[in-house]
Design a protein around this ligand. Sequence first.
Ligand code: ZN
Ligand code: ZN
Length: 671
Amino acid sequence: MYFIFEIAFTSNKNYIANLIRAYATQEEMEVDVLQTVDKIIMTFNKEDEKLEAFLLGIEDVIPASLFLGKGKHYFSEEKPALMPVEQVNLPLNIAPCPSCQKEMFDVSSRRYFYPFTSCNNCGSQHPFLTKYPYERANTTMKFLVPCRACEEERKHNALRADYPLISCIECGIGLRMLDKETEHMALNKGDYRKLFKASAGAISSGQTVLMKTMHGYRKFFNPNKDLDAVKNIGFTTDTLETGLAKSPYTFGKTADGDVSLSTLLMVSAAGFNEHLMMVEQEFNALLSIERPLLRVATKSDVIKNIYGSSVLVKYPDDGMTMLLAGEAVKHGLEYIAYVECDSSAEADFLVDFDMPINTQKDMKLFINQDTKLFVSGERILFPAKVQGNKNRVTVAHDLACVEVDGKRIIDSIEVFDTVNTDEIYVLENEDFESGHANEHRFEQYKASMMSVLSEHYKVGQKAIGVHFDGSLHFLYYNGKTVIDAVPPIPFESDNLWEKIRTLREGSDRLVGNYKKAYPEVWERLDNLEGDMDIFEVTAITLGLADESFEGISAEALSFLGKGGLQIDTRVKDNRFDNYAFLTSIMSYQLGDVPNNFMCYSIYESFGDYIGEIVPQLCDKVGSNTVVLTGETFANQSLYGRIQRTLGQKNPIMSKNFPMGKENAVHGALYL
Ligand SMILES: [Zn+2]
Ligand SMILES: [Zn+2]
């Protein structure tokens, strides 16, 4: 008789199953750990005395993960016989696991305050990779010789068995801290600790710390401080300027830009409910070992004053950031902020290390109830092992899919050596010269749609697709190739008023009224360059600080009501009319409709429009498969509306790849 414990797991990444295996080895527990395409199954001998203790202990060892779902247990006479997913040894780039974190905060450990602490199944590994295959000789750590204790660990610690990047304070990477005059080198445990303590102290007192993290240079600061400073100075130009001479900040700005565009780093989970409006799924995602970036609605006045209606939030995601956050908590801080920058950014202090690193773009996640969608980025999902049977290399958004030792891997272009290939597919406009005689250029929307079809085993079957990434495409896949069935009407933002004036009868009156009510906006819209997208122009019209699609999306997030305005998207030849859309927004604006309500309604109207066109296309071609791709879908009001209008068709989207851009490198394998 067997005791079987199953947990849903929606990724082919192996680190959670491997952590369980390592823990079992460490505890000398007999268990079969099987990972299938959608779950991890642990099979125990029912009579095993250690079973209960093992299951209790597992909670301290296994981190929360984005991919983990509900668990269940049952008894069975037979062991489950299911197809396991393939084991692939690819370098990770996630937060340290609970065991590694414990070492970092344990004064008796060799890794006390050592930010590079990691094991086979956690931490920052990819930043050190220089090329495949993944072994120490192919990483920037190759010149560091592991100390005796580390060598012993590689043999006896189940978590670090043969771990390529093993290191500790004794044999690992040194840190240094510099201000304008002095430099401090951290050489022992006490120094490492002091360095993070000093950094947190500086931030707490309003100074800035530029720190090299495993995700590149980040400039950390206290987002409250500059606002306070300006309040204390007062608002006369004179004193403001005197104040500026002393402080690196201008009002609401860091030296690198607007504070409201920084990422809010929650240094402990304690302040979440006070400052942010989040559902449980968002809270769990932020704390997961993958540590994605999430845009959430703001709640406390202090955070609203800095960031407006929504903010990009992060929980500490690498050793450096985590140790800094740990010390910041001791200064009574609930959050700090950072901007990504390079080593030359101005700051009061610099914390640096000499090991070169290879950074990945951070991953943005979108959550709607139980649905999680990866919006954009590289970390967490890449490198990825994929299927494919053609001798083809694909390139898109600085990522490449290349065969290494018989395995097809997607990763940053620079970690691959030159290879022989029959053909190469490169995204149109990608800045990449292959020099290959058989090079093909492909469109984003085609590859994105193919990626989703392949993930859902629907290659070769007819389907309708919608690709929405600023501009909106309706697509038809006939089983062989993707056709742009209803391309977007090109939008030209020059001579805008002329286009609106002649739209329909009475439009010229609107233009006149608008000029009177909003002379400054009118003037700006009168002088636009021709190549702006409709969302930028809409954001300018509404006077949003962030003049982009993101800005509208962020504004929409703060609308908590239900039901929107009907924004006219007047369909001309079955196509979306940009000028009718703008005209409609302007008339609502003249009617004093609040911005957040309007932004919410914009997405709802798009949802209605898509919900109207897609079923028509489905009927026309005789297919009920609907594919949605493009980052614009990562929006609560649009996504919610689509679920209502197209829910019956169960639209399919990217699972293991970002939904809009980076899925192309995968999809191009199927073009
Ligand atoms: Zn670990
Ligand atoms: Zn060592």
